[in-house]
Design a protein around this ligand. Structure first.
Ligand SMILES: [Mn+2]
Length: 422
């Protein structure tokens, strides 16, 4: 019997709107260490994006290696397989491999080629051992693939990213099928975006965090595979409703668009080379995200908002700043409120929260606003600045620009014009 824990997308070193997340990551790793011991885990699979950036700080590297070292000594049979994600530096992640016992920790970042320039698929196939020391599964530890990492077409022409990645999995799966014996299962790892994967598409920040990758058909993960352990998408999910192809999801929410995600790891049990069970174990992050108002409400007027903020719990002298929830505020503006930010900050400075983001919404918020604006920009040269200001104001707040603001604008405009002439 082989007990596997699948996790991914730790993004160690990530800061959240400028706030340090070290305590949150340490909290997760402590929880994970307990899970490994409690559930007598044989293998931990980390499906990429261990670090948030390709040149992680020494502090975040220390956290990572300390964790590896601790779990290895506390669990004498434990094996760890790590693949690089698109956020990791493939070579940097692999660099400590010579110091590590390859039977216990395997890190795959780079794709190596053989003498004849063919891809060395076998170098990515890792033996997974049960408590008796028998190889009960083979793991296809495929890191995030970059251009040049995947096979080209037989006619020498280059294929698209998704074609290339799919071809890679077909080839490595063939290789693994040749290598495996009857009582061994096949497990695939990958750091990629599958077609139909659910993520917070609308949110700009998550798109930055996960990056634009071409989508891969989950059909490459055939029934020959007992389980496919994926990383890259932050929302934990099954792919195409197939139980045994999963994204583990991030341990911590990476943006406010992920406020409703549940977090955790997936436990996969293999028995006699066959899949026996798949269970998700939920992790409750140390720090919560709060959105005022809740998403279904959208945004509040400045007055309503300030009231809500007043109602937040106050700072307690024994509490810890690092544990305070992160706060996102959504305000609906009908006119400019130049002092609002100061008012918000003043109230929040006495509250047991950490202000992360203030988002302004306007009455006329429309998805196609950008397009409209581009249209209007065309005739900009012929328009007087005050007319542009008037129409912009009207669009934003749905009322005419007040007289005093108009006068102020004209005054500033005149000042600029005279400066230009000088
Ligand atoms: Mn990723």
């Amino acid at each position: 019997m082989l007990r596997i824990l699948h996790t991914a997308d730790w993004h160690l070193g990530q800061t959240f709107f400028g706030y340090d997340r070290t305590k949150e990551h340490l909290h997760f790793l402590k929880w994970l260490s307990n899970e490994i011991e409690k559930r007598e885990i044989d293998v931990v699979l980390i499906s990429g994006d261990v670090f948030d950036v390709s040149n992680p700080s020494s502090a975040s590297q220390r956290i990572f290696y300390q964790f590896i070292s601790n779990v290895l000594s506390n669990n004498v049979n434990l094996q760890i397989v790590i693949i690089a994600g698109n956020h990791d530096s493939a070579s940097r992640l692999e660099a400590p491999q010579p110091l590590l016992d390859e039977e216990r920790v395997v890190i795959k970042g780079l794709i190596s080629k053989m003498h004849n320039d063919d891809i060395d698929y076998e170098s990515l196939i890792v033996n997974l051992r049960n408590k008796k020391g028998e190889v009960e599964a083979l793991c296809l530890a495929v890191p995030f693939l970059r251009q040049g990492d995947y096979p080209t077409r037989s006619n020498g022409k280059s294929n698209s990213y998704s074609e290339g990645v799919q071809a890679f999995y077909v080839e490595i799966l063939e290789k693994a099928k040749q290598l495996k014996t009857e009582n061994q299962a096949l497990i695939a790892m990958g750091h990629l975006h599958t077609i139909n994967a659910v993520h917070a598409e609308k949110d700009h920040s998550e798109r930055i965090v996960i990056g634009g990758l071409e989508r891969i058909s989950p059909d490459v993960f055939t029934d020959d595979l007992a389980y496919t352990a994926l990383g890259h998408i932050h929302k934990a999910q099954r792919v195409n409703k197939r139980e045994n192809i999963r994204y583990a999801g991030t341990p911590l929410p990476m943006s406010f668009s992920e406020i409703d995600y549940t977090h955790g790891v997936v436990e996969v049990v293999i028995n006699n080379g066959k899949l026996q069970s798949i269970d998700k174990h939920t992790y409750e992050p140390l720090v919560q995200l709060i959105r005022i108002p809740p998403l279904r409400v959208g945004a509040l007027s400045p007055a309503e908002l300030l009231n809500e903020l007043q109602a937040l719990p106050s700072i307690h002298k024994d509490s810890c700043f690092d544990h305070y929830p992160f706060l996102e505020i959504n305000v609906l503006l009908t006119e400019p409120e130049p002092l609002l930010k100061n008012k918000i900050e003043e109230i929040v400075s006495h509250k047991a929260v950490r202000l992360a983001s203030i988002r302004s919404h306007f009455k006329n918020d429309k998805a196609d606003d950008d397009k409209q604006l581009t249209g209007e920009l065309k005739g900009l040269e012929e328009k007087a600045p005050i007319d542009v200001a008037k129409s912009y104001y009207k669009k934003l707040y749905n009322v005419d620009i007040p007289r005093d603001l108009q006068e102020l604008f004209l005054e500033v405009n005149l000042l600029i014009e005279t400066k230009k002439e000088k």
